[in-house]
Design a protein around this ligand. Structure first.
Ligand code: FES
Length: 171
């Protein structure tokens, strides 16, 4: 199937690029826009971005491979990133990851991204999500969940289309 950027998205990207005196400075913003639309960054997306900014594909490829928020393969409708760094680990994030993987039929020993066979969920461990004081934390797509317990995740998995349950704030 031919890969193409819809005209509306290209117009949005052109407007983004126009904000920068040097086109190359818009690289990350363009990649974010493409990933938000397609869900991941294919080789075609990398090459298209390079052409758009007057760069070589390697200049874009090195960004995509350096920053962990960029994806080079399709992922699930729901992307679950669990923090594995110290505060969250001590607060139970590894147990959370294990239970989540087992519940979804994924390998609990694998830390990298893995997607369920039905393409609905992608689960992965990530480094610090910058909310150590509310450990354990995870992200579901763009939402940060704080002080997450396994029961919360369990109840959300039954109806992921609903907003994530918000835990009670603790002082
Ligand atoms: S250690 Fe998990 S958010 Fe910082």
């Amino acid at each position: 199937m031919d890969w193409s950027v819809p005209p509306a998205l290209e117009a949005e990207i052109d407007a983004l690029v126009a904000r920068y005196p040097v086109k190359r400075s818009a690289s990350l913003m363009v990649l974010h826009a493409l990933q938000a639309h397609f869900g991941w960054l294919s080789q075609e997306a990398i090459e298209w971005t390079a052409r758009k900014l007057g760069l070589q594909p390697i200049h874009i490829y090195e960004l995509v491979t350096f920053y962990p928020m960029f994806r080079q393969e399709p992922c699930g409708r729901w992307q679950i990133k669990i923090c594995r760094t110290l505060s969250c680990m001590l607060a139970g994030s590894h147990e959370l990851h294990r239970r989540l993987c087992e519940r979804l039929g994924l390998d609990p020993h694998r830390h990298g991204p893995q997607t369920t066979a039905d393409g609905r969920f992608t689960v992965e461990f990530v480094e610090c999500l910058a909310s150590c004081h509310t450990a354990p934390v995870l992200m579901v797509n763009d939402d940060l969940w704080e002080r997450v317990g396994p029961e919360q995740v369990e109840s959300w998995l039954a109806h992921p289309e609903f907003a994530p349950p918000k835990p009670e704030a603790k002082s």
